[in-house]
Design a protein around this ligand. Structure first.
Ligand SMILES: Cc1cc2nc3c(=O)[nH]c(=O)nc-3n(C[C@H](O)[C@H](O)[C@H](O)COP(=O)(O)O)c2cc1C
Length: 181
């Protein structure tokens, strides 16, 4: 393999999202790679829409990115102690695309949130959904960035060395899984 391809997914659509910052930090920690950034802006899953029009172009684009990726990184916020709707919606749509593109895909999930637990409940829910999709979840110490508004500098870089170290451990393990040594 030359350069591995990493698909980076932020569960927040917001431009100034801390999860988007964490996603970019994780991509840097992964090292030299072709990085694809997912766009979760897509219609709400609707079985009638699926039946009448098929898989929407935005969903197919995401599924194609997943297929092209050697590894996937998801950074998710926590909304009301749960998985954000946009991320769940995207996973639901992708699960409808023929070919089970997420099946066996090496994946790391991290989270950043305003609260003191760093989105732990949401992260657990994301992991649970991905288990159903038979994603190859890479184990390791949790990256849960709490009080996220205090944790990034003006350039969007993580300030806390402990978070950086854990994130690097996780991303290097993901890299080792997909890059033959
Ligand atoms: C609808 C909604 C629900 C939220 N619920 C939680 C929550 O349950 N736990 C938490 O720590 N933060 C919660 N927050 C605050 C988010 O963690 C915070 O807005 C965070 O910055 C969102 O991630 P982002 O910066 O990537 O967009 C909530 C925010 C919104 C908009």
């Amino acid at each position: 393999m030359t350069k591995p391809t990493l698909l980076a997914i932020s569960g927040s659509l917001r431009k100034g999202s801390f999860n988007r910052m964490l996603m970019h930090e994780a991509a840097r920690a992964f090292g030299d790679a072709e990085v694809l950034v997912a766009d979760l802006n897509m219609p709400l899953y609707d079985g009638d829409l699926e039946e009448s029009k098929g898989i929407p172009a935005q969903v197919q684009a995401l599924a194609d990115q997943i297929s092209a990726a050697d590894a996937v990184l998801i950074s998710s916020p926590e909304y009301n102690k749960g998985i954000p709707g946009v991320l769940k919606n995207a996973l639901d749509w992708v699960s409808r695309v023929p070919g089970a593109v997420l099946n066996g895909k090496p994946t790391v999930v991290v989270s950043a949130a305003a609260g003191r637990t760093g989105g732990e409940t949401a992260q657990f829910m994301v992991l649970s959904c991905l288990t159903q999709l038979q994603v190859r979840l890479m184990p390791g110490p949790s990256v849960l960035v709490a009080a996220a508004s205090n944790e990034f500098d003006e350039n969007g870089n993580l300030k806390n060395e402990l978070y950086k170290k854990t994130l690097t451990t996780r991303m290097q393990a993901l890299r080792a899984e997909v890059v033959p040594t």
